[in-house]
Design a protein around this ligand. Structure first.
Ligand code: PEP
Ligand code: MG
Length: 755
């Protein structure tokens, strides 16, 4: 194809000159539309901008009546301009007035123009405005004209996004870019956060839009696409990528897009029209997003996400962009916004700067959410579209209690939330006043409220929350946050520090639980099709005895002369327990032989997370000193619903009879055999489900530190005996009239339970 030297390329060059001139914004806009009209040989060129109130306002025109500027307006979806913005698609009409959506605006004097070509002005797939040309005769605009207008609209999108138009915006009629957006998401707790957006994967900002040399730019694009294809092929050929599975599906989708001639051709065309390679990638990405943004089919939404990822890779390659959120310094009040995120990635951010976390994906028992809660960070998930709606630095409010996110909130909403935060701080204060109150129910039953932890930053909470100890110390977090395997000595020092900070309070260490969604990059290589059912936790550790031995030795040394409480995750058969115990004995003997002090007592426990263990409870209880129910995993396996997949994770309720019966059967066995029993999943930290746990016989539960106050407050007002008398028979019912949740709600109301 011969490059079109006179058309869009020349126009873009002129526009670039206009951008560089020192002009008042309105004058610049007037000249821009004049220039576009001239180049496109059109009698009219008009520029409409979408306002926050959903109205498209005429910001500049060549050809229509000048008085109409800032007066003429159309609602989203109204008239041709409104339809273009609403559908984010061009309209090309040789007889505009016969179109059903045509709407005549008398103030513009546009009745004499018959042909009409309008394109949306897009950014990240969102319409920010509309650019139109019109002619009196019935002109047929060609594909080249559409392409030229779309290319030109990139420049206008940049003008809108950089805030240049603010000076000509009437007060109270702000642009859509600054529009407040509220999203209903899933509430995962830990309070409210006010702050400013930090995009976890910041978009590459393309500032260099217009090229100087088409051939050189095509070559750059070609080179970047070529190396992208090679890198995808390399990834696919790596032996550790299995033949099937999710990871492979993503890579296959990448390969398909990267080899899609249509995609490459569209980008080349944009370069020929005058854009730089990176601006061309962005343009085609934005067009594609706009077309696909309203998809509801989850499969296609994922493919759109794949396509976005691929375009971003290409952008990064072309611009040499590296995410700089961490490098450039984080705002003091950062609210991290991400489509998805690994637990370890959150830990890369300094805790003191984080006010909240907003995710598009992630379920309540996924590890990113658990880690956020452990850090006391307000978190919501399923905030669909948040990543593309936000810009770095936008003000944002995360309400982890009711699950809403308010992006660019109005001042009065900010004030209301500031009051709410104060209220919660007060409530928190009331909870901390309970810190030294003994957790004894109204009918005098003493319970144990323990906390879950895994990081040094968690430890101050032990004293502040009034927890009776650490019921679950997730040792794998230390492995997840380091870039390489922590050495034996580092592990030992870390455990010593934990014990030191805990003082007299007991700490139950769980040996590393790696695998599933707990990814330790330097330890695992092979992708698995079903990681939750795969090579994880004790299965993994026993196959890598070096790792487990090192950890056990570090634990034994750190607890020399005192007591070691250690528990083993994901036990499926007793042989796993026995093998681990043998390793402990071997390490103890080794240490003794070498003159080290060993613990005076080792308490050895199993986590009950795999259903097969339910059918070996008698034998199990014979062999252990205590049991801890990992209700997150146990629930996902009992109900066959992936805890990390929000589409299924919240589908079934643990407060229904089947799961509660399972939990009750464990209590019965533990009582018969006098085996100490704790439950340490997320169920323990929700006052309502904690109440159910007390009502079916649990007396020791371990939860995130922020939950201790609310759960204790509930417990103090609870007559456990009375609840048991209602709940235990209700569990047995086969033709129940009321759900357990209904029974609990009635009980709360009738007995004035403090929730
Ligand atoms: C559980 O499965 O309930 C548990 C406490 O362990 P984790 O959440 O770390 O898998
Ligand atoms: Mg678990």
């Amino acid at each position: 194809m011969v490059p079109n030297q006179t058309g869009p390329r020349n126009l873009l060059k002129r526009l670039r000159e206009l951008m560089a001139e020192a002009l008042e914004p309105q004058e610049r806009l007037d000249r821009v539309v004049h220039q576009i009209a001239t180049s496109m040989v059109a009698e009219v060129c008009s520029f409409y901008v979408l306002r926050a109130d959903g109205v498209l306002e005429l910001y500049a025109t060549e050809g229509l009546k000048k008085d109409a500027v800032h007066q003429a307006q159309l609602k989203m979806g109204q008239g041709l301009v409104g339809v273009i913005a609403a559908h984010a698609e061009p309209l090309n009409l040789s007889d505009a007035q016969s179109h059903h959506a045509f709407r005549y605006l008398p103030e513009t004097g546009e009745e004499i123009y018959n042909s009409f070509l309008g394109v949306p002005i897009l950014r990240a797939g969102r319409s920010l405005g509309v650019l139109v040309i019109q002619n009196k005769d019935h002109r047929e605009y060609g594909d080249d004209d559409v392409e030229a207008m779309e290319t030109t609209s990139m420049v206008l999108a940049e003008m809108i996004a950089t805030g240049e138009l603010k000076k000509v915006t009437k007060p109270g009629l702000e642009l859509d870019m600054t529009r407040p957006v509220s999203i209903d998401a899933d509430a995962y707790g830990e309070g409210i956060g006010l702050g400013h957006v930090v995009l976890h994967e910041p978009r590459v900002v393309v500032t260099n839009l217009l090229n100087d040399d088409i051939d050189a730019e095509l070559e750059r694009l070609d080179g970047a696409v070529g190396s992208l294809r090679i890198s995808i092929d390399d990834m696919l050929e790596r032996r550790d990528v299995p033949m099937e599975g999710e990871h492979r599906a993503v890579l296959e989708a990448f390969r398909m897009f990267a080899n899609d001639r249509g995609w490459v051709r569209k980008m080349e065309e944009a370069v020929r029209n005058g854009l730089t390679a990176e601006a061309a990638v962005e343009k085609v990405q934005s067009d594609t997003r706009a077309r696909m943004i309203n998809l509801t089919d989850p499969y296609l939404r994922e493919r759109l996400a794949d396509f976005d990822d691929l375009a971003n890779r290409l952008l990064r390659q072309l611009t040499g962009f590296t995410p700089s959120a961490l490098v450039d310094g984080l705002p003091q009040d950062a609210v991290i916004v991400a489509r998805t995120m690994g637990a370890a990635e959150l830990l890369d951010y300094p805790r003191e700067n984080i006010r909240g976390l907003v995710l598009e994906e992630g379920a309540v028992t996924s590890h990113i959410v658990i880690v956020a809660k452990a850090m006391g960070v307000p978190v919501v998930s399923q905030a669909i579209g948040i990543a593309s709606l936000s810009e770095n630095g936008d003000p944002i409010i995360v309400d982890g209690n009711d699950g809403t996110v308010h992006l660019r909130p109005a001042i009065d909403l900010q004030d209301a939330y500031a009051d709410k935060v104060k209220f919660f701080a007060k409530r928190q204060k009331a909870f901390s006043a309970l810190r030294n109150v003994k957790p004894i129910s109204r009918d005098g039953q003493a319970c144990k409220l323990l906390m879950n932890a895994g990081l040094v930053v968690d430890l101050p909470q032990l004293k502040e929350s009034g927890a009776a100890g650490i019921g679950l110390f997730r040792t794998e977090l230390q492995f997840m946050i380091s870039s390489k395997m922590p050495k034996a000595q580092e592990q030992e020092l870390f455990y010593r520090e934990v014990l030191d900070k805990a003082g007299d309070l007991p700490v139950t260490f769980r040996v590393v639980d790696i695998g599933g969604d707990k990814v330790v990059p330097y330890l695992r290589s092979a992708e698995e099709e079903n990681p939750a059912l795969g090579w994880r936790a004790i299965r993994f550790s026993l196959d890598r005895p070096g790792l487990l031995q090192t950890q056990l030795r570090a634990l034994l040394r750190a607890t020399g002369g005192s007591e070691l409480r250690v528990m083993i995750p994901m036990i499926t058969e007793l042989s796993e327990l026995r093998d681990t115990r043998k390793l402990i004995e071997k390490e103890t003997n080794f240490l003794k032989r070498h003159g080290y002090q060993v613990p005076e007592k080792v308490l050895f426990g199993a986590m009950l997370e795999v259903p097969s263990l339910l059918f070996q409870l008698d034998e199990l209880m014979e062999e252990v000193d205590f049991i801890s129910v990992g209700s997150n995993d146990l629930f996902q396996f009992i109900t066959a619903s992936d805890r990390g997949n929000a589409r299924v994770a919240d589908r079934f309720s643990p407060l229904k009879r089947p799961f509660l019966r399972v939990l009750r059967s464990i209590v019965e066995k533990a009582d018969q055999t006098n085996t100490p029993l704790t439950l340490c999943g997320e169920l323990a930290g929700n006052p309502l489900s904690a109440m159910a746990l007390f009502g079916i016989g649990y007396r020791s539960i371990s939860m995130s530190p922020a939950a201790i106050g609310p759960v204790k407050s509930m417990l103090l007002s609870l007559d456990i005996g009375k609840l048991e008398r209602i709940l235990l028979p209700a569990l047995e019912e086969t033709e129940a009239k009321m759900t357990i949740a209904e029974i609990l709600t009635d009980f709360i109301e009738e007995n004035g339970i403090s929730l």
